[in-house]
Write a protein that binds this ligand. Structure first.
Ligand code: ME8
Length: 658
């Protein structure tokens, strides 16, 4: 039998700004499913990308004074860098500005046009640029965008446009939804979509003439008028581009289309479950099997979003806690499909409880005992008599391990990611308890052959559980799984990434492997060190300015020794989310300063910058680090934006600022 295929996609994100942990959430989850399916033996296509056209991007580029292509190129580079940091194993990345994508979009447009389902008319209605969505007058809420997460002003739009005859397909859509109850998941979103269509399906405006940052409509216009294709019509087609449609790679298309699942946030389920399937119906192409609309990561009750400015930078969290810890948190904390809150305290508590304690301790304790009792070589299990209490404990652990693998597979096949992890953690909990119940330290006192057999069987069982757990955590924590694999002396069998899940079966631990000593996987984090106490807030952490600053004599001002300094190195300080430690060159000397700017700048961005520092400030200690000076930065009143004061032209480090 040939391999099964599995085609999974993320939304393609707008490169209008750097991405935040909401976007990382979707992408990490898709990565975990992609890795799971590869390990389960499927041939996987995992697609992500960027949605680069449209009025929103064009305006952002104009505001920055750069051509749109240059604008998106810069942001796409940061997005790809983020995916490297988070170990995202995508197989392809579609940028909608690529020629292969232009061909796909123009082809689907042509096909639907040839069928008579695209026609020209006049559009008059409302447009929300941040959401890139057309709205009817009756849909607006108090004259604003009805999207509850947006509610921004809409613009009256009147222009000649092409329309997609969606209304014609309402009946077919309804029939499809009834015949394919699993197409929209979770079920609650399905009901919402049915209700939406029941209110009446309008034809959709699919071209714009008032700006030009888009894919041209592939139809000769009488007066040479230029229409560009509506950005959602363009973006949705990426899922076909990514599998080689229409002519780039027909074999790939045959193999992978229709997609197994499009994973999207709940706010864009409507585009994916109404517009997209109808586009495919009209183009006579098969429909994807599932659209999964997950919930939002919320911060203090509000959706995290770029426009609200309440976003958390995943790069900072990766640097502080490791990509695996963040990935685990995102996959475990939120029930897939529902909203979930993000807080750093919750992340730290998951690291301490689940990773340092449950997982880390099991491995550490097992390794230490194995070293003590068997000189690091994992012993073979013995046949213990049926009534042996230790034998019974091992049998029960073995049976739970088997059930866990089965439950894990079932959950992963059905998008139950956090349930799958919960099952693994139940096994870890049981294994930790098993150590206390089997008490190897007592068994070790019995030096008879029967006593040695018992001890060997217990140590073998623990190593077996750890080996199986390495498989099961791999999709979510690939680096950690690799470390566990190596620690267990299994690197000779190839990397954990190349293993197949069929080997996650009790008894497949090779004989004679050496369980190595290693650094703790996840050192415990002291929650008390989480936030910087207000009195310790260092230089440049934005503080509200006094209402009326007192006037100074020039002599007072001259007391300040302001200097230009070049940043030589920068790094995060573990246990804080705001502080960075900088080594700076002041010309005559090098110094260390600590600055509260980690939420606004990554260490890498700072290196090489010529900043301005107060050089004659008394040294202070922050989080145990000496700070010899203070850097200057400007901040908006809401602290959302922080901007370093830098030297406008290159001057030698140490130059006086007057
Ligand atoms: O909508 N919680 O792009 P986008 C969870 N270009 N997920 C979140 C989130 C949050 N707080 N914030 C964002 C677009 N996301 C279109 C998509 S697809 C053909 C075109 C995730 O940059 C979630 O997956 O606004 C959401 O759907 C997506 O990012 C929106 O990204």
């Amino acid at each position: 039998m040939g391999k099964q295929t599995f085609y999974i996609t993320t939304p393609i994100y707008y490169p209008s700004d750097k991405l935040h942990i909401g976007h990382s959430y979707t992408t990490v989850i898709c990565d975990a499913f992609a890795r799971y399916h590869r390990m389960a033996g499927d041939e996987v296509l995992f697609l992500t990308g960027t949605d680069e056209h449209g009025q929103k991007i064009q305006r952002r580029a104009e505001a920055k004074g750069v051509p749109p292509q240059e604008f998106v190129d810069d942001i796409v580079a940061t997005i790809k860098d983020l995916w490297v940091r988070l170990n995202i194993s995508y197989d392809d990345f579609v940028r909608t500005t690529e020629p292969r994508h232009h061909r796909a979009v123009q082809e689907i447009f042509r096909r639907i046009y040839a069928k008579g389902d695209i026609y020209k008319s006049e559009y008059e209605g409302w447009y929300c640029t941040p959401c890139e969505t057309f709205w009817l007058e009756r849909q607006l809420v108090e004259g604003k965008c009805p999207n509850p997460d947006c509610r921004r002003p809409v613009e009256l739009t009147k222009e000649e446009s092409y329309f997609f005859r969606m209304s014609k397909y309402a009946g077919r859509w309804r029939q499809f939804i009834e015949e394919n109850p699993d197409f929209i998941q979770p079920a609650s979103r399905r009901n919402e979509m049915i209700k939406f269509v029941e209110q009446g399906l309008e034809d959709l405006c699919i071209s714009r003439t008032t700006f030009d940052w888009g894919i041209p409509v592939p139809i000769e216009e009488p007066g040479g008028k230029k229409h560009v294709i509506y950005v959602w019509f363009d973006a949705l087609t990426n899922y076909l581009t990514g599998c080689g449609w229409p002519e780039a790679d027909p074999a790939k298309y045959e193999k992978f289309w229709p997609a197994d699942v499009h994973v999207v946030g709940k706010e864009i389920v409507r585009f994916h479950t109404i517009i997209w399937p109808i586009m495919l119906m009209a183009a006579d192409l098969p429909l994807p099997k599932t659209v999964f609309g997950h919930g939002w990561l919320v911060l203090e009750g509000e959706k995290m979003s770029k426009s609200k400015g309440n976003v958390i930078d995943p790069v900072i969290l990766c640097n502080k806690y490791s990509a695996d810890a963040l990935r685990y948190f995102l996959c475990r904390e939120v029930v897939f499909g529902q909203d979930g809150s993000y807080s750093e305290a919750a992340l730290v508590s998951r690291i301490n409880a689940d990773l340092a304690n449950d997982l880390g301790n099991l491995i550490h304790r097992t390794q230490a005992m194995n070293e003590k009792y068997f000189a690091r070589i994992v012993p073979a299990a013995a046949e213990l008599p049926g009534d042996d209490p230790v034998g019974r404990l091992v049998a029960s652990l073995k049976s739970l391990a088997g059930e866990t693998v089965a439950e894990y597979r079932r959950q992963m096949e059905g998008f139950g990611l956090n349930e799958a992890l919960a099952a693994v953690w139940r096994l870890l909990g049981r294994a930790n308890k098993f150590i206390d119940e089997a008490a190897p330290w007592n068994l070790a006192k019995d030096q008879s052959p029967a006593g040695r057999d018992r001890l060997a069987t217990v140590m073998n069982a623990l190593a077996e559980v750890i080996r199986i757990v390495a498989f099961l955590i791999y999709p979510v924590m690939p680096v950690t799984a690799g470390k566990v694999w190596d620690q267990l002396g299994l690197s000779g069998r190839g990397p954990v990434a190349g293993q197949t899940l069929d080997d996650a079966e009790w008894g497949k631990l090779p004989a004679g492997v050496e369980f190595h000593r290693a650094e703790p996987l996840f050192p415990r984090i002291d929650p008390a060190t989480l936030e910087v106490a207000p009195e310790a807030t260092p230089a440049a952490a934005p503080a509200p300015a006094p209402a009326a600053p007192a006037e100074l004599d020039i002599a007072d001002f001259q007391k300040l020794d302001l200097r230009v300094a070049k940043v030589l190195r920068a790094e995060c300080i573990p246990g804080t989310d705001k502080l960075l430690k900088l080594q700076i060159d002041l010309g005559a000397e090098q110094r260390q300063i600590v600055a509260g700017i980690a939420l606004h700048y990554t260490p890498e961005e700072l290196v090489g910058k010529e900043i301005v520092v107060v050089a004659n400030l008394k040294p202070a200690k922050l989080r145990g680090e000496v700070s010899q000076g203070m850097l200057l930065a400007a901040s908006t009143p809401d602290h959302a934006v922080l901007s370093l004061v830098t030297a406008e032209r290159p001057v030698p480090p140490g130059s006086r600022v007057k």
